[in-house]
Design a binder for this molecule. Sequence first.
Ligand SMILES: C[S@@+](CC[C@H](N)C(=O)[O-])C[C@H]1O[C@@H](n2cnc3c(N)ncnc32)[C@H](O)[C@@H]1O
Length: 368
Amino acid sequence: MGCRGTPCSVPYIAILPTNFDEHPLTWHYKRRCGQGSWLLERLPPFVKHNVERIAKTFGSDWKRIQSYLKTRPEVLQSATNPNVRNILSNPDSVEDDFLWAWLNVNTRCIFYRVKETKSDPDNLTLCPILDFANHSSVLPSMIPRASAADIWDMPLKKRGEPFTLTSPSNVTTKAGDELYLRYGFHTNQFLFAEYGFVNPVSESGLNVDITPVIEEWFANRGEVGEWMRERLVDEGYWGEWSLHSAPAPAHPSFRLMTALRLYHAIPSGVGALEGVHDPEGVLRHWRSTVNGVQETLSEENERQWRETLQQVCQQVMDAAVCEAGTLTTQRTDDGLAEFMVNSVASLWREEVYVAKAMMESLRTGVAF
Ligand SMILES: C[S@@+](CC[C@H](N)C(=O)[O-])C[C@H]1O[C@@H](n2cnc3c(N)ncnc32)[C@H](O)[C@@H]1O
């Protein structure tokens, strides 16, 4: 800590960004002082939701560090910076530094097995030099090779497995070319919330997550909607509902179709559970489409969920057209970089594009 915004003599730290003013977490964190706060309010619902999730993680990490330091105050004695030495009595004085350090780690670390199980949240590491690499979804020149333990989700036998990068066979790299990494198969919505940038819209097949919109549809069904939410959580189908424009024709994710089938497995006018004759029977029937025993619940159910999806897409599109339009003419009087406003406008335009393509697939009766 302590190098934020000042020249630093530690070579690695000297190459790190000096600030994260253009990262949405910074706008969230400094929302009371203005910069970026108006743009935070203009983010698409999924992005806003993700920034809030990241802010929660940041807040709990900061609390954990303070509790750890309370148990090991001697760790602070060697600090040269008096603010760091006094962190326990005045944590606010270093919170900006912690945000800078935390964002450096969060935007630069990679998945690497250090724990026995693959899902352990501690399977992360910083990897100086590799972390210079920018992301590209179409031009990755380095691809991490998954280990057998990762592919088969097996316990790690020994620590310190080599981290292997391969050069893809379809990419030729010349001297002086930039080496890109693919951070993951992420949507622009995710890239923006986590890293603060978006890929050019032309670079990838577009897809958008519409989870917050669909959640609202379930919430509006009262008791029955809540019962459905609980069942979908139990069965692992709650959330991560997306629309994809590629490969064409545009289509919903299987998770989204599955959730919408359940949504219409009980007539939409029924809000109270006591109005449902046999909820467990409904669930068993619905499960048969999840398990692949049956392709659909009924023709009527297919017609209904497709019609609902059409309405959802119209809703997504109307909101996105309006937001993209006003953002394009918005001036950034608070010094926020213009490209950040353009990035947010581009996220909305992507929603317009995908929702429109999806509506066309539904209108023309594409089978999914
Ligand atoms: C791991 S660092 C990448 C290296 C970065 N250029 C550096 O050395 O500081 C991740 C950060 O780089 C930037 N970045 C990565 N890929 C990008 C891209 N395709 N377009 C714009 N910015 C990108 C974002 O600010 C992101 O948070």
